[in-house]
Structures are given as structure tokens and as C-alpha cells.
Design a protein around this ligand. Structure first.
Ligand code: GLN
Length: 542
């Protein structure tokens, strides 16, 4: 049975609980333990799949087709452990399961209540498969005191009792703000947050205190005293220049050592942090720089393209360059020429997206990259844009478009009504519910011998994660390929184009899937590695 670590947050949201959990997971791994990380989100959406990236950042997709919280992306990137459906749950899903069980009559006539029925369902979720690893880390979304979060806090309180002292730990992440006017750090918000936690029966074992200035020893002592935590377990967590420094920084301040002591472990091997040192070295002292334009739509929320930004950074790490990512709102190109904006970039990337707004601007960005022979990477909607651009400009089908937004005369991107998943046929129509009806999760593809992507992957069969409703319309593939945009990756049944490329271009690749979801700092995705290498080449030309 795994030891459980519950990670909660207080004071404000967005303190980086997900990152802290991921870094802790990596630290435990560096000491030779096996880990698994889970996220419990108190909101009522059944999954984040239908939430706008403006609201909640990107939707992270797992191999087994779960649409999950972006924190699972941090977990995977830091630990390399692939997450699954079993690693993210919301209040919405918990209640759905409880209600379905009630409808089936499985509660045998009892009154169905938050305690014990909802809390039991939460505990069941947390403990599933817990015997497979040494440590199971469960992060509770939101902050202590949120109404929606109460059943989750109650569930972990109960679990703490059931598991016993040496089998669980409560880690609470708080903020110690710096008040410019007073010229000092303030511990009161942390005290209040812990008071809130203790009021619902949870005594934190470790406090992780985020602050922008070093936490003086006196403040640590004070927080410890008021919060009933030994001073050594009040861990300062300073803002860091790179997220990949977190495991090293946490170890330096004794986070993992103290945590293991909570479990009664005093003789664990020291962590081997060599690979983290290497990554930090590469991120902080690169030898060059490339500039990449990401032409998309969700610009206001930094987390909307979280995995994409990380994957580009990984491409930089392996090529030993800093990747300067500039987000450009594609709607600009609907009124202004794209060239003056895009000249000087070493690569153009059009990421995934939904809906009509900004589409014409993205098409302009593709045209620029294709004509000027600037490295171009189209991801999902980005591939769709590349196909529309080529259909209009090279095949001369003026009305070419995606049927996602209208009913064009030439639907070069169209809704697939049937596709094969494993040995099952999945179907959808224009009227199916929006939630949970996309082609989502890992699908294999076969790459064309001698193609650019085959060279990039160094293999001819791949598996990548999808999340979309529309596909390249096979009826136009012949015309497109005669004009230079060829399919170089197909679904194994040969029915769905998965990758398209322009052989007569230094680097022009569009993919139907989301390669960014599988990139890791130590194992950069081959497409990102190659795209950044092409950008380095480009930087030598301009
Ligand atoms: N909107 C497109 C579709 O649903 C692309 C989705 C995406 O980029 N993830 O097919």
C-alpha cells in the first residue's frame, strides 16, 4: 500500500500547487521511490473538456482519452509517469457516479448524503491502484474554505485517520506576501489559512510558503508557532527563474527530507539530481536564441498553451538555445498584412483551437511561412489552416474552408462521422453533445517511407494524442498533393490523414494530433526538437 501525500492550498489560487506536487514527485523519484500523482478538482463540470482555455487554461489529454486538468501535464513532464483517466476527477464526476449508483438502487433505500456517500466515492477514487507505487500524491484543487472543496477536505481528513500516522502526510501550500508599503513579509494570511484547515480537522504536517523574498528565520518560527508545525517543516518556497529548478530548490531547503521524516523515514538515500542540474544549466545558459511566433487565439491566459510552451522550451533545451516565444493574436492579420509582424521570426507555429474567430488571420500566417520558406508547424487546427490555405492558394478552390464554422462549397476539413477506436466503431453527428464526443486520446499512425516526418521520428509507426472533431477531408487529398502538400502520415486503416507536409520547403509540417502533450524536458518530442533545429538554421539566414 502506498503512502499518501495530500497537497492542499490556501490564501489564494494560482500559487503553483500543481508544480509543487510535480516537483515533489520528481524529488521522491530521485531518491528511488515510485510515485503517482492525482488531481481532485472541486468544480461541478464533469471534466474540463468543455471549459474554455480562457477560464481554466489548457485541457490536458491522456493516452486513454481523458480530458483533464493541466496540472496532469506538469506531473507527466516532471515524473515521466503517464497519467490516465484514473488520475483526475471533479465534483461533477463524483456526484454523477453517486447519483447513477442511487438510480441503480445500490444504496439499498438509504438516504444518500455528502458524508458518507460522496466522501466514500472520493476516497475510493484516491485509493484505486494505490498498492502499485511507494507514494501517491493527491492534490486538491482550489483553496481551503471553498464551499465546493469541503467534501474533498473531509475525505482526506477521514483517510488520514484510517491510514494511520506513518502512512500519510498533509502538505499545505500558502502565500507569504511581501507588502511594499510596510517593507516586510506578512505571515497572517498563512496563519488564517491554517486556522481554516484545522477548523475542519486537518493539522498540516508541512507548510510550503510561497514568497517573492527570502523568508527570515524569525518568520518561519512565528508561522510554526501559530500553525502548530515545527519550524523546520515551515519550508520557504521562493519564486524561481525556471520551473525546472523546483526539485533542486526544494531539496536545498529540506522539503523532501522533512516530508520523509513525517513518514518515519530517516535513512532514505540522497536524491540523485544530476539530470535536473543538467536541465537547469541548459535553460539558464543557452548558447543562442530563436524567436518563434505562435499565432493563435487564447492570448490573455498564460496557461492556455501550457504544454505547447513547455514543448518548445524542451526543443530549445536539446538544441542548446533559448526559445523566445511570442504570442500573436491572429485577428490582427485580418486587418493588417502579416509580413511586417512575422518577418524576423525563425519559425511560425499555429496551435490548436476552436471556432471561427481568428481563422482568416491564421491562414495568413500559414501563407507567409509557406511562401517565405520559414519553418512552419501546424498543430491540429493549425493543420486545418494549412490545408485551407493550400486549397485556396495552390489548388485555387476559393471557397475552401472547414465545415466547423460554415457550410463551404469545398469542405476541405470535415466532420468525420465514424472512426475506429481499438476494435470499436465510434460515431458522432452534428447534434451529439459537445462534452466527451471528440476523437480524443492516443491513436496510432503510419508514416510514409522517405517522408520528412519519418526522418524526424526515426520510425514509421507512432502513437500520438488527439482532441478534435474535424478531419482533413480525404476527397481533396489528391489535388492537394499534386500542388505540393502531401499526406505523410495515415491512420492504420488508411482512412484519416494524420500528418501533412510540403516536401519542397525547409520545414513545413502539420499534424492532426497534439505532440506537445508528450514532450518531456529529458525526452523532448522529436517534432519540437526538429522544428527548433530548423529555426536555428533559419536564424543563421536572417
Ligand atoms: N477545432 C478543431 C476540431 O475540433 C481542432 C481542434 C484542435 O485544434 N484541438 O477538429
Amino acid at each position: 500500500m502506498a503512502r499518501l501525500i495530500f497537497i492542499t492550498g490556501g490564501v489564494v489560487s494560482s500559487l503553483g500547487k500543481g508544480l509543487a506536487s510535480a516537483a515533489l514527485g520528481a524529488l521522491l523519484q530521485a531518491r528511488g521511490y515510485t510515485v503517482r500523482l492525482r488531481k481532485l478538482d472541486p468544480y461541478l463540470n464533469v471534466d474540463p473538456g468543455t471549459m474554455s482555455p480562457h477560464q481554466h487554461g489548457e485541457v490536458y489529454v491522456t493516452d486513454d482519452g481523458a480530458e483533464t486538468d493541466l496540472d496532469l501535464g506538469h506531473y507527466e513532464r516532471f515524473t515521466g509517469v503517464a497519467s490516465s483517466k484514473a488520475d483526475n476527477i471533479t465534483s461533477g464526476r463524483i456526484y454523477q457516479q453517486v447519483i447513477e449508483k442511487e438510480r441503480r438502487g445500490e444504496y439499498l433505500g438509504r438516504t444518500v448524503q455528502v458524508i458518507p456517500h460522496v466522501t466514500d466515492m472520493i476516497k475510493e477514487f484516491m485509493l484505486a491502484g494505490a498498492d502499485e507505487v511507494d507514494f501517491l500524491l493527491c492534490e486538491i484543487g482550489g483553496t481551503v474554505g471553498d464551499i465546493e472543496g469541503l467534501p474533498f477536505f473531509e475525505a482526506i481528513r477521514q483517510l488520514g485517520n484510517e491510514l494511520g500516522r506513518e502512512n500519510h502526510a498533509f502538505v499545505h501550500l500558502t502565500l507569504v506576501p511581501y507588502l511594499e508599503a510596510a517593507g516586510e513579509l506578512k505571515t497572517k494570511p498563512t496563519q488564517h489559512s491554517v486556522k481554516e484547515l484545522r477548523a475542519i480537522g486537518i493539522q498540516p504536517d508541512i507548510l510550503l510558503c510561497r514568497s517573492e523574498k527570502p523568508l527570515p528565520e524569525d518568520d518561519r518560527r512565528k508561522i510554526g508557532l501559530f500553525c502548530n508545525v515545527p519550524k523546520e517543516r515551515v519550508i520557504p518556497a521562493l519564486d524561481l527563474p525556471s520551473i525546472y529548478r523546483a526539485p533542486i530548490a526544494y531539496h536545498e531547503v529540506g522539503f523532501d527530507t522533512e516530508l520523509l521524516k513525517v513518514f518515519g523515514i530517516h535513512d532514505a538515500p540522497q536524491p540523485d539530481l544530476t539530470k535536473w542540474d543538467w536541465v537547469v544549466g541548459r535553460v539558464t545558459n543557452p548558447e543562442g536564441e530563436v524567436r518563434i511566433a505562435v499565432v493563435g487565439k487564447y492570448m490573455q491566459v498564460k496557461d492556455s498553451y501550457k504544454s505547447l510552451n513547455e514543448a518548445l522550451t524542451h526543443g530549445g533545451i536539446v538544441n542548446n538555445v533559448r526559445v523566445r516565444i511570442e504570442m500573436i493574436d491572429s485577428t490582427i492579420f485580418e486587418h493588417a498584412d502579416a509580413a511586417p509582424f512575422l518577418e524576423g521570426f525563425h519559425g511560425v507555429l499555429v496551435p490548436g483551437g476552436f471556432g471561427e474567430r481568428g481563422v482568416e488571420g491564421k491562414i495568413e500566417a500559414v501563407r507567409f511561412a509557406r511562401e517565405r520558406k520559414v519553418p512552419f508547424f501546424g498543430i491540429c487546427y493549425g493543420l486545418h489552416m494549412a490545408v485551407i490555405e493550400a486549397a485556396r492558394d495552390l489548388v485555387h478552390l476559393e471557397d475552401a474552408n472547414t465545415s466547423e464554422n460554415s457550410h463551404p462549397k469545398h469542405p476541405v476539413i470535415a466532420l468525420m462521422t465514424e472512426w475506429i477506436k481499438g476494435n470499436r466503431v465510434e460515431t458522432r453527428t452534428e447534434t451529439t453533445d459537445l462534452g466527451g464526443t471528440m476523437r480524443v486520446g492516443a491513436y496510432p499512425a503510419v508514416l510514409t517511407a522517405g517522408s520528412h516526418v519519418e526522418e524526424v521520428y526515426g520510425s514509421n509507426t507512432i502513437s500520438e494524442r488527439h482532441r478534435h472533431r474535424y478531419e482533413v477531408n480525404v476527397n481533396y487529398v489528391q489535388q492537394l498533393s499534386e500542388c505540393g502538400l502531401v499526406v505523410s502520415g495515415w491512420s492504420p486503416d488508411g482512412r484519416l490523414p494524420e500528418i501533412m507536409e510540403i516536401p519542397n520547403h525547409p520545414w513545413f509540417i502539420g499534424v492532426q494530433f497534439h505532440p506537445e502533450l508528450k514532450s518531456r524536458p529529458f525526452a523532448p518530442h522529436p517534432l519540437f526538437k526538429s522544428f527548433i533545429a530548423a529555426a536555428v538554421q533559419q536564424s543563421r539566414l536572417v
